[in-house]
Design a protein around this ligand. Sequence first.
Ligand SMILES: [Zn+2]
Length: 121
Amino acid sequence: MSHGSGQSKIALAQDLSFVLRNGGRMPTAKHIPMRQCIACRERRPKHELLRIVLTEAGPVLDPTGRKPGRGAYVCPDKPECWVEKKLRRFAGAKAQELSQALQTVLGRVESQAPQVGKPST
Ligand SMILES: [Zn+2]
């Protein structure tokens, strides 16, 4: 028995047309670029991984992700991803060098520098 419902009907129609105009598309989260770790093959958001570039001089860690060259990604938080064996797929003969670099930069492991070369007579 109410005769003031005309207004709300129009509002409802506007709501519906808005939904239809969007094609039912939900406002989803921004697309997050995913990258795969070369060691464990886990897919993670790019920003969670550390980029490595294999240059002629050897593997270079590229935290800015801007260096040109053949890039790859590893987990910076998983020491098991820094082992030579797992990096060999990507770095080949440079895998050991890369493993060392990762462990030095990320792991802060005890220096494994061999105690050789001490000047002795
Ligand atoms: Zn990994």
